[in-house]
Design a protein around this ligand. Structure first.
Ligand code: ASN
Length: 163
Protein backbone atom coordinates (compact mmCIF):
# COMPACT_ATOMS: atom_id res chain seq x y z
CA UNK A 1 0.00 0.00 0.00
CA UNK A 2 1.22 3.47 -0.89
CA UNK A 3 1.15 6.42 1.55
CA UNK A 4 0.33 8.77 -1.32
CA UNK A 5 -3.24 10.09 -1.40
CA UNK A 6 -4.76 9.21 -4.75
CA UNK A 7 -7.06 11.97 -5.98
CA UNK A 8 -9.50 11.10 -8.75
CA UNK A 9 -11.47 13.91 -10.40
CA UNK A 10 -14.68 13.21 -12.27
CA UNK A 11 -16.06 16.68 -13.07
CA UNK A 12 -19.07 18.32 -11.46
CA UNK A 13 -19.62 21.97 -10.68
CA UNK A 14 -16.32 22.20 -8.76
CA UNK A 15 -14.52 22.02 -12.14
CA UNK A 16 -16.84 24.32 -14.08
CA UNK A 17 -15.46 27.41 -15.79
CA UNK A 18 -17.27 30.18 -17.62
CA UNK A 19 -17.00 30.15 -21.41
CA UNK A 20 -17.78 33.70 -22.41
CA UNK A 21 -18.27 32.99 -26.10
CA UNK A 22 -21.04 30.53 -25.26
CA UNK A 23 -22.29 32.41 -22.18
CA UNK A 24 -22.36 29.22 -20.17
CA UNK A 25 -20.43 27.17 -17.65
CA UNK A 26 -18.68 24.04 -18.89
CA UNK A 27 -16.46 21.56 -17.10
CA UNK A 28 -12.82 22.49 -17.56
CA UNK A 29 -9.54 20.97 -16.38
CA UNK A 30 -9.54 19.68 -12.80
CA UNK A 31 -9.38 22.59 -10.35
CA UNK A 32 -7.66 20.67 -7.59
CA UNK A 33 -3.97 20.74 -8.70
CA UNK A 34 -3.84 24.56 -8.76
CA UNK A 35 -5.84 24.76 -5.54
CA UNK A 36 -3.43 22.50 -3.65
CA UNK A 37 -0.38 24.31 -5.04
CA UNK A 38 -1.76 27.77 -4.24
CA UNK A 39 -2.56 26.66 -0.68
CA UNK A 40 0.94 25.26 -0.15
CA UNK A 41 -0.30 21.71 0.42
CA UNK A 42 2.64 19.31 0.67
CA UNK A 43 0.79 16.13 1.55
CA UNK A 44 2.01 13.46 -0.87
CA UNK A 45 -0.64 13.04 -3.53
CA UNK A 46 -1.23 12.39 -7.19
CA UNK A 47 -4.16 13.64 -9.26
CA UNK A 48 -5.85 11.68 -12.04
CA UNK A 49 -8.66 13.25 -14.07
CA UNK A 50 -10.97 10.31 -14.77
CA UNK A 51 -13.72 12.24 -16.54
CA UNK A 52 -15.16 15.70 -17.07
CA UNK A 53 -18.86 15.22 -16.55
CA UNK A 54 -21.67 16.87 -14.70
CA UNK A 55 -22.73 14.13 -12.32
CA UNK A 56 -26.26 14.23 -13.75
CA UNK A 57 -24.70 12.77 -16.92
CA UNK A 58 -22.88 9.90 -15.25
CA UNK A 59 -24.14 6.44 -16.17
CA UNK A 60 -23.55 2.97 -14.75
CA UNK A 61 -20.44 2.49 -16.92
CA UNK A 62 -18.94 5.75 -15.60
CA UNK A 63 -19.59 4.70 -12.02
CA UNK A 64 -18.02 1.32 -12.68
CA UNK A 65 -14.97 3.09 -14.18
CA UNK A 66 -14.65 5.22 -11.03
CA UNK A 67 -14.99 2.11 -8.88
CA UNK A 68 -12.38 0.26 -10.95
CA UNK A 69 -9.89 3.13 -10.65
CA UNK A 70 -10.36 3.34 -6.88
CA UNK A 71 -10.15 -0.44 -6.46
CA UNK A 72 -7.00 -0.65 -8.62
CA UNK A 73 -5.18 2.11 -6.73
CA UNK A 74 -2.28 1.05 -4.51
CA UNK A 75 -3.17 3.90 -2.12
CA UNK A 76 -5.16 3.27 1.05
CA UNK A 77 -6.44 6.86 1.12
CA UNK A 78 -8.48 8.10 -1.83
CA UNK A 79 -10.14 11.45 -2.52
CA UNK A 80 -12.77 11.65 -5.27
CA UNK A 81 -14.04 15.01 -6.51
CA UNK A 82 -17.50 14.66 -7.99
CA UNK A 83 -20.65 16.58 -8.85
CA UNK A 84 -22.96 16.92 -5.91
CA UNK A 85 -26.23 15.89 -7.58
CA UNK A 86 -25.37 12.20 -7.73
CA UNK A 87 -22.39 12.02 -5.35
CA UNK A 88 -24.19 9.66 -3.00
CA UNK A 89 -25.16 7.35 -5.89
CA UNK A 90 -21.50 6.87 -6.81
CA UNK A 91 -20.64 6.62 -3.11
CA UNK A 92 -22.97 3.64 -2.83
CA UNK A 93 -21.25 2.01 -5.82
CA UNK A 94 -17.88 2.48 -4.09
CA UNK A 95 -19.12 0.81 -0.92
CA UNK A 96 -17.58 -2.58 -0.34
CA UNK A 97 -14.07 -1.69 -1.51
CA UNK A 98 -12.27 -3.03 1.53
CA UNK A 99 -9.32 -1.54 3.36
CA UNK A 100 -9.45 1.99 1.89
CA UNK A 101 -10.58 5.33 3.24
CA UNK A 102 -12.51 6.86 0.33
CA UNK A 103 -13.69 10.46 0.74
CA UNK A 104 -15.86 12.22 -1.85
CA UNK A 105 -16.24 15.96 -2.12
CA UNK A 106 -17.33 18.63 -4.57
CA UNK A 107 -18.81 22.10 -4.52
CA UNK A 108 -22.10 23.91 -4.93
CA UNK A 109 -20.28 26.75 -6.74
CA UNK A 110 -17.40 26.38 -9.24
CA UNK A 111 -13.86 26.68 -7.84
CA UNK A 112 -13.34 29.33 -10.54
CA UNK A 113 -15.81 31.80 -8.96
CA UNK A 114 -15.03 33.97 -5.94
CA UNK A 115 -17.82 32.91 -3.59
CA UNK A 116 -17.15 29.19 -3.93
CA UNK A 117 -17.22 26.50 -1.28
CA UNK A 118 -14.68 24.46 -3.29
CA UNK A 119 -11.49 25.27 -1.37
CA UNK A 120 -13.15 24.80 2.01
CA UNK A 121 -14.61 21.45 0.96
CA UNK A 122 -11.36 20.17 -0.53
CA UNK A 123 -9.38 21.20 2.57
CA UNK A 124 -11.93 19.57 4.82
CA UNK A 125 -11.99 16.40 2.70
CA UNK A 126 -8.19 16.25 2.69
CA UNK A 127 -8.22 16.30 6.49
CA UNK A 128 -10.99 13.69 6.57
CA UNK A 129 -9.21 11.29 4.23
CA UNK A 130 -6.12 11.37 6.44
CA UNK A 131 -7.97 10.72 9.68
CA UNK A 132 -11.06 8.56 9.06
CA UNK A 133 -10.96 4.74 9.23
CA UNK A 134 -11.59 2.67 6.06
CA UNK A 135 -15.02 3.26 4.51
CA UNK A 136 -16.76 5.56 2.03
CA UNK A 137 -17.67 9.08 3.11
CA UNK A 138 -19.09 12.29 1.66
CA UNK A 139 -17.27 15.31 3.12
CA UNK A 140 -19.21 18.49 2.38
CA UNK A 141 -19.67 21.86 4.07
CA UNK A 142 -17.93 20.83 7.29
CA UNK A 143 -19.82 17.57 7.76
CA UNK A 144 -19.11 13.89 7.13
CA UNK A 145 -21.94 11.81 5.66
CA UNK A 146 -22.58 8.13 5.01
CA UNK A 147 -23.61 7.97 1.32
CA UNK A 148 -26.00 5.10 2.10
CA UNK A 149 -28.07 7.35 4.37
CA UNK A 150 -27.70 10.76 2.76
CA UNK A 151 -29.57 12.85 0.19
CA UNK A 152 -28.81 16.17 -1.41
CA UNK A 153 -31.29 18.88 -0.45
CA UNK A 154 -31.16 20.88 -3.67
CA UNK A 155 -33.24 23.79 -2.41
CA UNK A 156 -31.04 24.11 0.66
CA UNK A 157 -27.82 23.50 -1.36
CA UNK A 158 -26.65 21.01 1.25
CA UNK A 159 -26.51 17.36 2.12
CA UNK A 160 -28.86 15.88 4.71
CA UNK A 161 -28.56 12.66 6.67
CA UNK A 162 -31.70 10.53 6.49
CA UNK A 163 -33.10 8.55 9.40
N1 ASN B 1 -22.97 21.23 -7.61
C1 ASN B 1 -22.87 20.26 -8.53
O1 ASN B 1 -21.86 19.64 -8.67
C2 ASN B 1 -24.11 20.01 -9.37
C3 ASN B 1 -23.87 19.43 -10.72
N2 ASN B 1 -25.09 19.36 -11.48
C4 ASN B 1 -23.28 18.04 -10.64
O2 ASN B 1 -23.81 17.21 -9.94
O3 ASN B 1 -22.33 17.76 -11.31
Amino acid sequence: MSDVIDIFTTGGTIDKVYFDALSEFQIGPAAIPDMLRENNVHVAHRVTQLMRKDSLELGDADREAIRAAVAASDASRILVTHGTDTMVVTGRVLAGIAGKTIVMTGAMQPASVRASDAEFNVGFALAAVQTLPPGVYVAMNGMIFDPAKTVKDRAGARFVQEG
